[in-house]
Ligand binder design. Structure first.
Ligand code: NAD
Ligand code: WQD
Length: 337
């Protein structure tokens, strides 16, 4: 299949393109590079053994640019990663987040339908469950109030997509709710490249390991969890990428609207992650406890059975693999791309 990949130069997009090529698909990438660089796509091309990945530096809010891309490269499906994703920043810049993530998606959808490309996979997030009514979380769990404008944009785009699919059954739309993506390609050639101080746990740990930060601050040790630190469902980005290839099979069998959790089903605490990192790399991670971070909840992890049953997808990598590959990427690319 020929696939338009928005946001394909980013962390999850770049890993997904590798897996799409391995599965025999073709891509064209649109990214405005606001949180990524061309270098990631050069590395992807090397990894998959092609001269270059077809790429347009363009914004999804730019209707004529998208029209041009789809005229030159007719696509059967779109995997839509493009979006702003910093939870804290979204609290201080809500307009920018709604405009980029929601308005951007509306423009993209309009251009896609004009080009009769009505197959879409959307990067959603477990954040749409809010403080979940049940753990492990199944797709039947009702959505909750998101703690941030970022989360709201994901939830709103989901609603838009559901309404569009209901109104026009020609659309096949898969909402993938990612849990906590970490890790990097085992080659160490592509990975996550956060700007400034990392907000997320794994990149913070790897920056402590490489000596950029003196120690990890653990946000809260009085949660209702076995060791008092927050529990999450970390998933290796290569497994996540393969989840998108699997989701294309749902599109191929004309799924209409389908929703899948992409997680391992296993919850690990912050201290579990620190210990696994130390074990798999041999590098000690000094830490201290800090107050809880506003908006955090004690524990959430997925029930990934639906994706296993319907997409024949299950995560293959464990926590130590995630730590090893995160470190391998950080070590080989101390300054990112
Ligand atoms: P990322 O920032 O590495 O990738 C997003 C890409 O989109 C970047 O390359 C950025 O330059 C591009 N982009 C942003 N706005 C754009 C626009 N208007 N036009 C064109 N390109 C634009 O982030 P990621 O971690 O790879 O996340 C990919 C998607 O998955 C995002 O939508 C994110 O919200 C979602 N998601 C991420 C996580 C996570 O923890 N990483 C979890 C759940 C969902
Ligand atoms: C994990 C755990 C922290 C950093 C976020 C988004 C979510 C999704 C994935 C996009 C928590 C603790 C963290 C640190 C710490 N993204 N922590 N010290 O918050 O589960 O999810 O990324 O959709 O929407 O909210 O991930 O990696 O920030 O935190 O103790 O320096 O690590 O409190 O328990 P989170 P995270």
């Amino acid at each position: 299949m020929k696939i338009l990949v928005t946001g394909g130069a980013g962390f999850i997009g770049s890993h997904t393109i590798v897996e799409l090529y391995h599965a025999g698909h073709d891509v064209v990438v649109v990214d405005n590079l606001c949180n990524s660089s061309r270098e990631s796509l050069k590395r992807v091309a090397e990894l998959v053994g092609v001269a270059e990945i077809p790429f347009f530096e363009a914004d999804i809010r730019d209707r004529s640019a998208l029209d041009h891309v789809l005229t030159e490269h007719p696509c059967e499906a779109c995997i839509h990663f493009a979006g702003l994703k910093a939870v804290g920043e979204s609290v201080t810049k809500p307009w920018e987040y709604y405009e980029n993530n929601v308005s951007g998606t509306l423009v993209l959808l309009d251009v896609l339908r004009q080009h009769h490309c009505c197959n879409l996979i959307f990067s959603s997030s477990a954040t749409v469950y809010g403080d979940p009514a049940e753990v492990p979380i199944t797709e039947a769990c009702p959505k909750g109030r998101c703690a941030s404008p970022y989360g709201q944009t994901k939830s709103m785009v989901e609603e838009i997509l559901m309404d569009m699919q209901k109104a026009d059954p020609l659309w096949n739309i898969v909402l993938l709710r990612y849990f906590n993506p970490v890790g990097a390609h085992p080659s160490g050639q592509i990975g996550e490249n956060p700007n400034g101080i990392p907000n997320n746990l794994m990149p913070y740990i790897t920056q402590v390991a490489i000596g950029k930060r003196p120690q990890l601050g653990i946000f809260g040790n009085d949660y209702d969890t076995p060791d008092g630190t927050g529990v999450r469902d970390y998933i290796h980005v290569v497994d996540l990428a393969r989840g998108h290839v699997a989701a294309l099979t749902a599109i191929e069998r004309k799924c209409g609207l389908a929703i899948y959790n992409l997680g391992t089903g296993q919850g690990y605490s912050v201290l579990d992650v620190v210990k696994a990192f130390e074990k798999s790399t041999g590098i000690p991670i000094p830490y201290h406890f800090e107050p809880r971070r506003p908006g955090d909840i004690d524990s959430y992890f997925s029930n990934p059975a639906k994706a296993a049953r319907e997409l024949h997808w299950t995560a293959q990598y464990g926590l130590e693999d995630m730590c090893r590959d995160s470190w391998n990427w950080q070590k080989q690319n101390p300054e990112g791309f």
